[in-house]
Structure formats: structure tokens, C-alpha cells
Ligand binder design. Structure first.
Ligand code: FRU
Length: 509
């Protein structure tokens, strides 16, 4: 008997060891992001249905479990208690006879307006686009319609509404990506829907019956491609409420392909009126698309995007999976020269994975310097630099294979840039090997940058999040050197290098 128990215990230990080994293997492949969410295997694109409920951030996302390229879309699922560490869960929504499950949102229906709640259980309701492939192939115009699914067990299982679709297509080929929010002042739900070259607002009191309120954008903003994945929400600045409208667009982004523009204005339950019509972008890099915010987070707004670009998304050289999210970012408003702007900075929860930093003060740069004096770096890491004077500079993130990712500021152009043309593997697509520029929007002379480097991505946050750039890259070997070049010299008040711990190590806090 004793022998049997010891044998069983040993077996359990072996299985446990095997499972852990497997999990580790699954997160240590070449180019596997260590501080970003990515699916264990197969294709992902847009983040969907992000909702915070009962202490958990839910992240659903466009997913094809049958391969590493875009295919019949499902909603996969993951949750996090801190926006940093993620638990991957089973697929939540499968395609059905109404079509593939395209992008959308989710809300907590606290007052059971939908009637989906039962026995006092509050329903989570997902509002998504049903994309009907047969209709598309028959060249009909109405193959995208909006549908509902609900969950009474905090997102574990989902039931599709038998009355789907709830919002029928009036004959617009691009009619998708519903983002729904509760509009307290009018006690109704507002759906912001991408409708080809504009957004259309609909309202409802029960999530099932929708009436059109208005349209926005036919003659405003960037129009180099189709409008997709919008988001509308209020945000306060010095006690005053403004409304932020995010509109993703593909192609037509400032550095080519996919990107996210935003408008600041007012929303009265019917119309959105911008206070300024200049086109502004949440992120000027090439790889932050379809980004929207979590619902049910109160006044705090947290944004996450798909860290990729439709120009080459199906070709990026990862192995068992394709696609990842950006870092989650907190959105804030800032007033610069009388214009209200949207700034985004990585969420403060990321401090949980910060290891002991190396801090240097008053670093005088002449020419080209190894910033860490020969210390071999460990990626992922965060590099923060502050100075009283912003002059042209280039940070070169390198390895001894000769791969270089250049991140910097060009005083003549008054622009930040990321040059990934020599960053490693670039030939998989002709659009990849590029230098990307982003205008500096802040006015002052001070320099303030945070650069997050994961194994295969760079996220640059400057001037407290006013200009942001996200670019992926694929070095032949891990990057482990940082050089700082300033032709005309520079005095850096503070340089802080913080190694970051992988989010997949298992220890959550
Ligand atoms: C944006 C998008 C959405 C659509 C989804 C399909 O990347 O094209 O408009 O719902 O992806 O996967």
C-alpha cells in the first residue's frame, strides 16, 4: 500500500514537472514576447470584448485555432488580475451559421436590461460582428451584422442570443466592430460602429433593439483606408469631461498600413462634435492596431492594441503562434498649446515585473557611448532617460551579431524615430525594413523618454505619452547592448535601466 502511494506521488511529481516543462517550453520559443500577451499557439489579431469584472480583466481576441495565418475567426479568451500576467483560457465564441465572429466589445449588464440575467446572476454581454462568408462571396453588401452572446459565469461559458443578429446591415459592405458603453446621462447603451468611411452611433435600452443616432467622420480625420474598431468614452481633464473617439484605420496610418487615430470632442447622447479636427494618432509606430479600451474600469481608461500591422501580419517570422498585444496603456488627457491631446503611458502595474534597476545620474555623452559600460543586458527591459535639454540622439539597441534597432530624436525634423532596417530578419516583407518617424508634440525643451524592449518589440513613450511609437523587430540574437549617440554631445540628468521579469514565470506578484 505504502509503495503504491509513493509510486503515485512520484507519478504526480513527474506529470507536474512535465506540465511545467511544457508551459515553459511554450513560452520560450524564439521571438516569444516575455512581457506581452500572446496566444500559446496559432493566429491572433484584434483584442476584443475587454471588460473588467469581479477583480479580473478579461481579454478576448480574434483567433484562428486552425493555423498561423488569418482564418475563420473565433474569440479566444484570457484573464488577468493585474493586466500583466495572463491566464490563457478556452475559446469563448466559435463561428456558426451566421458567420465568423469578428471584432466587438463586452459590457457588464448590471441592471439586466437585456433580460439575460437569471437567478440574480449579472450577465456579461458580448456584442460582436457576425461576418457571413457566403454573403461576401455572393457579393452581397449586407454580410456583416451585429450579434449578442452572454455569460452568466463570469466569461467561462457563453450562449449566443437566439434573436441574432440584433442590428441588421442596411447595405454597407464594412459594417462592423461594435463598441458598446453605458451612457448614464441618457440611461441607454451607445454603440459606436465602424461603417466604412465613418462611424455610426446607435442607442438601445436593452442591447437588443438599436436605433441610429448619428454619423461622424465622413469629412473628418484620415481616410487612407477603411475605418475599423472604434471606441468612444469620456475622460476628464481638470474636472472637465471630454469625449474621446478612437478610430482605427487600415491602410492609411502615418507610417503605412494600420494605425489608430483619435478625436477629442463632446458627445450628448446623439452627436459627437470634435473640438479640433486635426488628425492625431495614438501611436505613430507601425505596430499598434485595433486598439480600444476596457469597459467597466470607472474613470480610469486602459487601452491595449494588437502589436502588428496588416501590411505583413501574416508573414512575421514567429514559429508556433502569430501576433501579440501591445503593453496595456493608461490614457490621459493633456493640454498642449491650447489643444487637448490624448497621452498614453504603460500601466503602473508593470512595476510588478521590475527587477533591480541600474541608475546613473549626470551622464555626459560625447559621440558614441556604451550606456551600460559593457554590462551584458537582459531583455526584456525598460530604459528611462531624462535630461534638461532635448538634442538629436540615437539609442542603438544591439547584439554582437550586428543587428541594430535605432531609436531616437532628430532635432531638424522635430521628430522621434525608430529605424528597424538593420534590426535582424527584415526580408520577409518589402514593407518591413523601414525608418518610422513621429512628430514631437510636446513643446518644452526637456527630454523624457521610456523605452520598453521585449525580445521582439520596442515601445517608445516620450513626453509623458504625447508621442508614442510601437515597432516589432526580429533580431538574429537577443539584443544585449545599448549605445547612446549624440553627435553634438548631451548631458543626461538620469539614465535608468530596469531589467524586467518574464510574465510567464508562474509567480504572479
Ligand atoms: C481589424 C479587423 C476588424 C475585423 C477583424 C477581423 O483588424 O479587420 O475590422 O472585425 O479584424 O478579424
Amino acid at each position: 500500500m505504502k509503495k503504491k502511494i509513493i509510486g503515485l506521488l512520484l507519478l504526480c511529481m513527474i506529470i507536474d514537472h512535465e506540465v511545467k516543462g511544457q508551459t515553459e517550453r511554450l513560452n520560450t520559443e524564439k521571438y516569444r514576447p516575455q512581457i506581452h500577451f500572446s496566444p500559446e499557439a496559432h493566429w491572433m489579431n484584434d483584442p476584443n470584448g475587454m471588460v473588467y469584472y469581479n477583480g479580473k480583466y478579461h481579454l478576448f481576441y480574434q483567433y484562428f485555432p486552425g493555423g498561423n495565418e488569418w482564418g475563420p475567426m473565433h474569440w479566444a479568451h484570457a484573464t488577468s488580475i493585474d493586466l500583466v500576467h495572463w491566464e490563457r483560457l478556452p475559446v469563448a465564441l466559435y463561428p456558426d451559421n451566421l458567420g465568423y465572429i469578428f471584432s466587438g466589445s463586452a459590457v457588464v449588464d448590471y441592471h439586466n436590461t437585456s433580460g439575460f440575467g437569471k437567478d440574480g446572476k449579472i450577465p456579461l454581454v458580448a456584442i460582436f460582428t457576425h461576418h457571413n462568408v457566403d454573403g461576401e462571396q455572393e457579393k452581397r453588401k449586407d454580410f456583416q451584422n451585429q450579434s449578442l452572446a452572454y455569460s452568466l459565469d463570469e466569461g467561462k461559458s457563453w450562449t449566443k442570443y437566439e434573436g441574432n443578429p440584433v442590428l441588421h446591415n442596411p447595405g454597407i459592405t464594412d459594417f462592423r466592430d461594435p463598441k458598446v458603453m453605458w451612457y448614464e446621462a441618457g440611461k441607454k447603451w451607445i454603440m459606436t460602429l465602424a461603417t466604412k468611411d465613418r462611424v455610426t452611433f446607435y442607442s438601445s435600452t436593452d442591447l437588443k433593439n438599436w436605433s441610429k443616432e448619428s454619423e461622424f467622420g465622413e469629412h473628418t480625420g484620415a481616410h487612407g483606408g477603411v475605418w475599423e474598431c472604434p471606441d468612444l468614452f469620456p475622460l476628464k481633464l481638470n474636472g472637465k469631461t471630454y469625449w474621446v473617439l478612437i478610430v482605427n484605420i487600415n491602410p492609411g496610418a502615418p507610417n503605412g498600413g494600420s494605425g489608430g487615430q483619435y478625436f477629442i470632442g463632446d458627445f450628448n447622447g446623439k452627436d459627437f462634435t470634435p473640438v479640433n479636427t486635426q488628425t492625431r494618432w495614438i501611436d505613430y509606430g507601425a505596430d499598434d492596431y485595433a486598439g480600444i479600451t476596457w469597459s467597466n474600469t470607472g474613470e480610469r481608461k486602459v487601452f491595449i492594441g494588437w502589436m502588428n500591422n496588416w501590411l505583413y501580419a501574416n508573414k512575421v517570422p514567429t514559429s508556433t503562434w502569430r501576433g501579440a498585444t501591445t503593453l496595456p496603456r493608461e490614457l490621459k488627457l493633456q493640454k498642449v498649446n491650447n489643444e487637448i491631446l490624448l497621452a498614453s503611458m504603460p500601466v503602473k502595474e508593470l512595476e510588478k515585473i521590475a527587477l533591480k534597476p541600474v541608475v546613473k545620474t549626470n551622464v555626459a555623452i560625447k559621440g558614441d557611448n556604451d550606456l551600460m559600460n559593457g554590462i551584458k543586458l537582459h531583455s526584456p527591459f525598460k530604459l528611462e532617460i531624462k535630461s534638461d535639454e532635448l538634442k538629436s540622439f540615437t539609442i542603438s539597441v544591439e547584439n554582437d551579431h550586428g543587428d541594430k534597432l535605432l531609436v531616437g530624436y532628430d532635432e531638424k525634423k522635430n521628430s522621434y524615430f525608430i529605424d528597424r532596417s538593420k534590426s535582424g530578419m527584415v526580408s520577409f516583407d518589402e514593407n518591413f525594413s523601414k525608418i518610422h518617424y513621429a512628430p514631437r508634440i510636446a513643446r518644452g525643451k526637456k527630454m523624457d523618454i521610456s523605452l520598453f524592449i521585449d525580445v521582439a518589440s520596442a515601445e517608445l513613450f516620450t513626453d509623458e505619452g504625447l508621442t508614442v511609437m510601437t515597432d516589432v523587430f526580429f533580431p538574429y540574437k537577443p539584443m544585449d547592448i545599448i549605445r547612446f549617440k549624440a553627435k553634438n554631445g548631451s548631458l543626461l540628468k538620469e539614465v535608468k535601466y530596469t531589467p524586467l521579469k518574464s510574465i510567464w514565470t508562474g509567480d504572479k506578484l
